[in-house]
Design a protein around this ligand. Structure first.
Ligand code: NDP
Length: 296
């Protein structure tokens, strides 16, 4: 079997187009422009790239983008004061603090200072609790993107066996909650899981969020299963730096029914879902109908 490629790049473009159409309607019919504030503390090169890409795509879908670049020495008091100002600003519907923060800043304290209604990353403890109890939440962008692709590919996920490899707060756990919400039978695997290949082999849906290059090989995959590869790993191959996932694409795509590539799979969906979450937050803040298909 040769797997169908789930094209995250193309799917992300359709999500952005849907967001842009809705933003235009909000502006024309309600005089409201969704706004996203991104806060970057320090000069981490990877974070700078992400923040630039987020700002560019925010503007491209017609939203207002507010970038706050702070020095690496910024005090916790000043950062919290900025978040308080953004919480109170009616032009700002979404707030994202780029992680990781410099080590002198307490990430939990900072994230939990964001108004949960503006927490478009879905990391605030209130949103974690809402998602965990099946209530309306702001949902973390990467797992939301994975869920959208799975729903688009399968329609209903009800009754499917899903194995999520990885139990982080930003990917693995929320992914498992979302799959459970769609009535999958969910297993969360991690570094202490016994017989990981055997566990994965039972899955109709595999989500790999581990951070280990090409760890999941074709012989772990049940024939016809859907494989979502969240991993982003830079490795040296043939004298070049290349980007690979947590799944060995060559062997897995020979067995799976469908698979996301790296790059061009989950990655592009993450920013698209950030824009979708900002739109959702704006609609909720203004008591307007939320766009369909852009939330969990
Ligand atoms: P974390 O490091 O926070 O979590 C990794 C998880 O993998 C942990 O739960 C860990 O288990 C588990 N794990 C590690 N080694 C093994 C192993 N040998 N067998 C089974 N499980 C293992 O990573 P993140 O969740 O933040 O990210 C995971 C990957 O996804 C990374 O490659 C990251 O770059 C990528 N990523 C991609 C995004 C995108 O937009 N595409 C967004 C976010 C992340 P334990 O808890 O037991 O230690």
């Amino acid at each position: 079997m040769t797997a169908t490629v789930i094209d995250g790049k193309a799917f992300a473009a359709t999500v952005r187009a849907k967001v842009a159409t809705h933003v235009e309607r909000l502006k024309a019919e309600h005089g409201v422009t969704p706004g996203l504030a991104v806060v970057l503390v320090g000069e981490d090169p990877a974070s700078q790239v992400y923040v630039r890409a987020k700002g560019k795509q925010t503007v491209e879908v017609g939203m207002a983008s507010f970038e706050h670049k702070l020095s690496p020495e910024t005090s916790e008091k000043d950062l919290l004061a900025l978040i308080d100002r953004l919480n109170a600003d009616p032009k700002v519907h979404g707030i994202l603090v780029q992680l990781p923060l410099p080590s002198h800043l307490n990430s939990d304290l900072v994230i939990n200072r964001i108004d949960p209604a503006k927490d478009v990353d879905g990391f605030h403890i209130s949103n974690v609790g809402l998602l965990g109890t099946g209530q309306k939440a702001m949902v973390p962008c990467t797992p939301l993107g994975c869920l959208m692709m799975l729903r688009d590919h399968h329609g209903s996920l009800s009754g499917m066996n899903a194995v999520v490899i990885g139990r982080s707060n930003i990917v693995g756990k929320p992914m498992a909650s979302l799959l459970l919400g769609d009535s999958c039978t969910v297993t969360i695997a991690h570094s202490r899981t016994r017989d990981l290949p055997g566990t994965v082999r039972r899955a109709d849906i595999v989500v790999a969020a581990v951070g280990r290059p090409e760890m999941v090989t074709g012989d772990w995959i049940k024939p016809g299963a859907t494989v979502i590869d969240v991993g982003i790993n830079r490795i040296e191959r043939d004298g070049k730096t290349v980007l690979v996932g947590d799944v060995d694409y060559a062997s897995a795509s020979a067995v799976a029914g469908a698979i996301t590539p790296v790059p061009g799979g989950v990655g592009p969906m993450t920013i698209a879902c950030l824009l979708a979450n900002t739109l959702t937050a704006c609609c909720r803040a203004n008591g307007l109908a939320e766009p369909e298909g852009l939330t969990a």
